[in-house]
Design a protein around this ligand. Sequence first.
Ligand code: GRF
Length: 197
Amino acid sequence: MRRKRIGILISGRGSNMVALADSARDGRIPNAEVAVVVSDQPDAAGLGKAKERGIETVVIERRGRKREEHDREIVAALRAKSVDLVCLAGYMRVLSLEFLDAYRGRILNIHPSLLPAFPGLDAQRQALEHGVKSTGCTVHFVDETLDGGPIIAQRAVPVCDDDSVETLSARILAEEHKLYPEVVSLVLENLAKSSES
Ligand code: GRF
């Protein structure tokens, strides 16, 4: 059976991309590989981390274009690499309907809160400001809503009294790096089953 091909979209640091890439390489995401990493930011730190791992990278900047036009170029890059599953990993843009339709049901995102709490930017800061006693991370399918698509899995972490945004983010991130590869394995397994039937 052909290995499933993952395309990862980043805008920055790329630590979740690394977690996915290393999990696929080490067989913790069975029968899969990261086929391409796409960044909309030419200086994203994650690009170097992907290259170090021998993964092909593509930079596709928005350059003032309409979202649809930008996304069309990204979808073409993903299709050129025969990508089966798209993983957003710190990708800071909302996807156009055209992109969603091209990969309907095959786009995942990771978010650093227990959705539906604290969607959008600065989820960890939002959690601290609300005084919640636990928060966490969520992997969900991407649809046209902001961080509102169907939830696949979540992991909770405690919020400590002396937490800063940094300490809380680090605690959540450690869970993100475990959860995302687990969910990707599950989703790929289900995709393989549905393509057999
Ligand atoms: C993570 O906290 C992720 O949940 C959010 O953006 C951050 C990306 O970090 N969507 P990284 O680029 O994967 O290190």
